[in-house]
Design a protein around this ligand. Structure first.
Ligand SMILES: *Cc1c(COP(=O)(O)O)cnc(C)c1O
Length: 397
């Protein structure tokens, strides 16, 4: 089997939303839904009338119930959502943005470039670290179609930094009858501060502030499949649904199946640390992470003997996926220090197993973070470790 083929993998990197490893781990419910909808399913047929229905309706109702929005659209990813919003509402017109929010989100998705692609004209106001509501007001003309706010999800600014609060943008927009769109990035649908992760505003917060349109990713903190979700006022979303590029951005039945099942989980918020893998990894208490690390350490120590010394050390995990860069979660990692080869070689041996195991390199050590490992992962790692041991035991000269 070629190593370039798509394969399940074990994530010992400690990066919960690892873009290289497929971002969010789907819930059992979402995986089951995908398996079930592989055959024929009612993606665009109305059961009551027997006529052609709209795929937008599939998750629209539940997203709207959850967020308080009027209407919803699902596209391929949040980048597509931004493109659809701009191309539907602002082609040939002005869009006002703060210079502090002209961000690049991973893989060269740069706001000014996306703006250009969509045919919208960017009017940037303020400065990188300081923009006021008066800057926005002064830029409004009869050409203004939209005020666009972007969450700075993948970087932070230290020191003198002032952005305009959403509620002030909403008030200004209402005064001039200009819609305000908010690209919130990660799309948190539940308050994460109950799990010790504060500072990330929820989608519901934006809707409550009175923003006309909010867009976010399905596979960041929402924990679903790759998707972009746009929610907001009916009259604006109707223009997006009838945009010819909508057809190029729409998602298939498997995405809808996974997304609908993921959204359902939020109806029972108390169970999320059990039902929702991303929230489970975020909320696992350090004591529990430690138990898993200790167990894996003992199992690997028995296998490797003196060839690789195995211990457990303190470290930190990341949310990843370009979200909450300044947040680190305390964790425990199983640390392998090889005596006869380099840690790079150990990493490579683990990576070439089936399934491949990924970890981090630090100093002379190869680390596997127990926060992103499950119990079955630990069984697979133990099995792989036996192969690795055998490989290292065979003299190479
Ligand atoms: C991640 C992110 C995007 C891109 O989302 P994808 O779903 O990866 O396409 C756009 N805007 C913001 C603010 C983001 O954080």
């Amino acid at each position: 089997m070629s190593s370039t083929l798509l394969s399940p993998a074990i994530n010992g990197t400690g990066v919960i939303l690892h873009t290289g490893l497929g971002r969010a781990v789907l819930s059992q419910a979402a995986s089951d839904a995908v398996a079930k909808m592989g055959g024929y399913c009612t993606i665009e047929l109305d059961i009551d009338t027997g006529k052609r229905g709209s795929r937008h309706e599939i998750v629209s109702q539940s997203i709207c119930e959850l967020t308080g929005a009027e209407s919803a659209i699902v596209v391929n990813n949040n980048a597509a959502a931004v493109l659809l919003i701009l191309s539907s509402l602002s082609s040939g017109k002005d869009v006002i943005m703060s210079r502090g929010q002209l961000v690049e989100i991973g893989g060269s998705f740069r706001m000014p470039d996306v703006m250009e692609q969509s045919g919208a004209r960017l009017v940037s106001v303020g400065s990188v670290n300081h923009t006021t509501i008066e800057d926005f007001r002064a830029a409004i003309t009869d050409q203004t179609s939209l005020i666009f706010a972007v969450h700075r999800s993948n970087f932070g600014v230290v020191g003198d930094d002032q952005e305009v609060p959403l509620d002030q943008l909403v008030t200004l927009g209402r005064e001039f009858n200009i819609p305000v769109a908010h690209d919130i990035g990660s799309g948190v649908l539940t308050d994460l501060s109950v799990y010790g992760l504060s500072g990330e505003a929820t989608v519901q917060d934006s809707v409550r502030e009175g923003v006309s349109i909010v867009c976010f990713s399905g596979d960041k903190l929402m924990g679903g499949p790759q998707a972009g979700i746009i929610i907001g006022e009916n009259r604006l979303l109707r223009r997006m649904k009838s945009n010819p590029i909508m057809r190029a951005l729409r998602v298939d039945k498997l995405t809808f199946a996974a997304l609908a099942a993921t959204i359902e989980l939020f109806r029972d918020a108390d169970s999320l640390p059990v039902t929702h893998p991303v929230i489970r990894m975020i909320s696992t208490p350090i004591a529990q992470v430690n138990v898993r690390a200790d167990q894996l350490c003992r199992r690997l120590g028995r296998i490797f003997g003196s060839v690789i010394s195995v211990s457990v050390e303190d470290s930190t995990s990341e949310i990843g996926g370009g979200t909450m860069p300044s947040h680190r979660l305390p964790t425990r990692v199983v640390s392998l220090t090889p005596s006869t080869v380099t840690n790079h070689e150990v990493a490579s041996l683990f990576r070439r197993g089936k399934p491949p195991v990924f970890g981090r390199l630090k100093g002379e050590r190869f680390l596997m973070d127990a926060r992103t490992l499950s119990d079955t992962d630990c069984d697979s790692i133990e099995k792989r470790a036996k192969d690795v041991y055998r490989t290292l035991e065979i003299p190479t000269d």
